[in-house]
Write a protein that binds this ligand. Sequence first.
Ligand code: GDP
Ligand code: GDP
Length: 449
Amino acid sequence: MKRYIIAIVGRPNVGKSRLFNRLTESQKAIVHDYEGVTRDRQYGDAEWFGRHYTVIDTGGFVPDTAETMLSQMRDQAQLAMDEADVIVFLMDGRAGFTESDREIATMLREAERPVVYAVNKVDSWDRREEVLADFYNLGVPLFPVSAEHGNGLDAMMDDLTKDFVVVPFDEWENDDHSGVTQVAVVGKPNAGKSSTVNQILGEERLLTSDIPGTTRDSIDTRVKHEGRDYLFIDTAGLRKKSSISHRLEEFSVVAAIRAIDRADVAVLVLDATEGITSQDKKIAAVAARRGCACVVLVNKWDLVEKDDTTAGEFVKEFRHQLPFLAWAPLLFASAKTGQRLHKIFEFIDNANEQYTRRVKTAELNRFIEITTTRHSPPIHRNRKVKFYYASQVATRPPTFAFVVNKPDGVAPAYRRFLENQIRAEYGFEGTPIRSVVRARKGHERTGER
Ligand code: GDP
Ligand code: GDP
């Protein structure tokens, strides 16, 4: 389902990252907290009254000269204009209106997307008109805000999201694409995404249709393989669109975010000749965070000089570098020669099956009881943490709830231990799994369900 992209642009120090934090702190914000990934503040998901969005803080650099600052800001603004649905141009009410603000504003006038002009650091709300006076010569409506104190943010968000389609959270969670497996082909530029999709199409005679530009940022292709329907979302096509975006590293990450939001399974394409790069890690983190199934295509395997141990070494290195994707299976193939590439369907089907799999409550309970008895949970404030029951509360991805007497007493490490035990018992290869710990409600009986 469509998640709107909001990009924040503005000079350094105007408060972009503070605003970013605010906008992703809201109810239902997804906390990106994965071991092994440095917390990357650049992308965050949240919703505003049923309007789902991703915020991109395009900043984060420290320019050394005024000249580089301006050119970086131009790049930022261009990226936002190419990729975002709405742009927030943030200025600094304390510093007042500056020449750089004017430059960027001039650029943003060309934007085909809505731009919201916000003046930050309006901490004393009564004086907002005074602060804004300096910015009126822009000739646009202005939103006074304080990212620090929260002033004005509701009005700004209402305006910002006014054209977003509202999707209730339940529907958002249960969007099941009616029988078509949606596959996002993601990876850094030149990894071989287009070649992969083209090779698949070349092999697949049963191709039903080509749907160019279903969204403005990817090329969707319907494929029928052994009686099943797939929709391949190829993010490579976008590259040719803008002269500037493809220079920017972030570009393929933004494309991945969009494609992954619609996908059941992500195919992460790696270039075997380059090993695992930081760009691969960023894109992999997007897939892991968003909770879609994932398989890894180690492409260009034809170019690699190899012996019996090469593939094994690659797997080892992958698991080491990307521990949060340790459950993803790797397919070594060549999009160019087609070698082993046909196996991708098997990988995708298996991952999707695990992604939508359900473990029966009775069975799960038996397993959790045995596990918690064998390795009892740590004592919490001199009281034993008691597990009443466990159940799988969701699929896509599989999510487990543990109902206990003291939710606070279950340390994250113990919860991860249980997740690992579930994996060891049930597999779930190709899909992330999640868990929640809940207190028993008063009216529920022990062992219910
Ligand atoms: P960025 O470089 O645009 O991402 O700016 P930051 O978010 O890092 O903020 C720069 C500085 O401005 C930090 O010291 C913030 O605490 C401060 N700041 C951000 N928002 C506000 C605000 O609403 N009021 C005040 N007084 N300071 C703010
Ligand atoms: P994209 O940017 O991820 O879509 O990458 P492309 O599919 O455009 O591929 C980038 C370059 O790598 C092209 O020159 C391809 O011919 C080449 N390439 C892609 N896959 C393979 C492969 O498996 N083996 C070899 N030798 N070259 C490949």
